[in-house]
Write a protein that binds this ligand. Sequence first.
Ligand code: ARG
Length: 471
Amino acid sequence: MTKKSRSSISPVSRSGRFASSPSAEVAAFSESISFDWRLWRHDILGSKAHALMLAKIGILSPRECSSIIRALEAIGREIAAGRFLWKPEFEDVHMNLEVELTRRTPAGAKLHTGRSRNDQVALDVRLWLRDEISALTLDIHSLQRSFVSLASRNASVLIPGYTHLQRAQPVFFAHHLLAYVEMLERDCQRLSDCSSRVNVCPLGSGAIAGSTLPLDREEVARLLGFVDSRGRPRLTQNSMDAVSDRDYVVEFVSSVALVAVHLSRLSEDIILWATTEFSFITIVDSYTTGSSLMPQKKNPDIAELTRGKSCRVIGNLVSLLTLLKGLPMTYNRDLQEDKERLFDSADTVRSCVRIMSSMLDHVTVQSARCLEAASDPLLLATDLADYLVRKGMPFRHAHHAVGAVVAMAEKFCKPLDRITLPEFQSVSSLFSKDVLEVFNLNRAMLRRKSTGSPGTKEVLARLRHWDRALA
Ligand code: ARG
């Protein structure tokens, strides 16, 4: 908020009906201007469209309409320049703008015709969310590009893949990174799906029951871009639903909660990889922090904070669902509580997406250390079972036989690829001289050919796909 004033003017919403202004305590308790001021751009946009429509149906004269539009634009310029004085006694962004508009032009007193703050706030949030979703989607695409670029720079690096955080099978580091690109792509799809339900115009619903005036809702929807792919206006179809519906807020907050969860999992990977024990990556100094006591420390705080911030984004989702679950129809002031949850989720996730993208751009992969870990022959135990399967053994028997070979290697304290042919053959006569070829890591990766597998060609093809798709 830019500035606050201390005067005690009676709110316009009380003029006439009330004998006194709200107590200072009530005003402070119920104001929302301290956080909903950021809807100003969209509130002005909505008001301009509403004014144009009122002029079209003859409620405003052309002269009144243009004086309103000129004044709204001037107010907008002042807010953008940080010169506008927000007044808490006018409760919220809608009242602040209307009061100031009316101070500048008497026609301002006609602007609220056929409109309520209940449909106005629904409109503003929908307009705000539409922009927010576009901006977040662009940021997620940048993050995806950072993944693809890190993966491309290290396209031949192999690491162990893990299940249960135990070494499982070798994978390309790029394959691991591209898993996140797939997750983020689904996140973008969810956001786009959410956007389609956001993009419906509620204005004209009034406080609860529409208006007796011949409002042209289609015109407002068209002016504000609430249209389908063929340019036809998209309007809410039930005034009671329209003023009390916050499903689109829940959907957005839920979609970004999942983004936060994905980034939290990524953070965990980054934190593990950056440990001395793993040493798969190093993070450039400027994206790490030190310890106030231990001089040697270099900590992955960005990843830790991203992991930590996911909890409040999840909390916001739970708060919103709880906020809605007991609300009788229709608008209740409880709904004002949606905005801080919404803004916090949007801001938090947006900042996490952006910083993760820059951090990935400042990660170096320790390829020698990765190769050392990926060269653990135990990672190819499943390949060894597949070898027996290719020789005709049923998989269940092959699994058992390789288990016995692994136990033997453990007992003899030697790596799996140092077992001699006679030792292999003591377990199964199907093992022959070519068994040691199984442990050729490069060949093992070339053998993985099915769609979605971490095979050499598969991963390169997927890298090319994302490179093109995100260009
Ligand atoms: N500031 C309110 C909100 O965010 C909108 C105003 C509706 N207030 C009312 N008393 N009808 O929900």
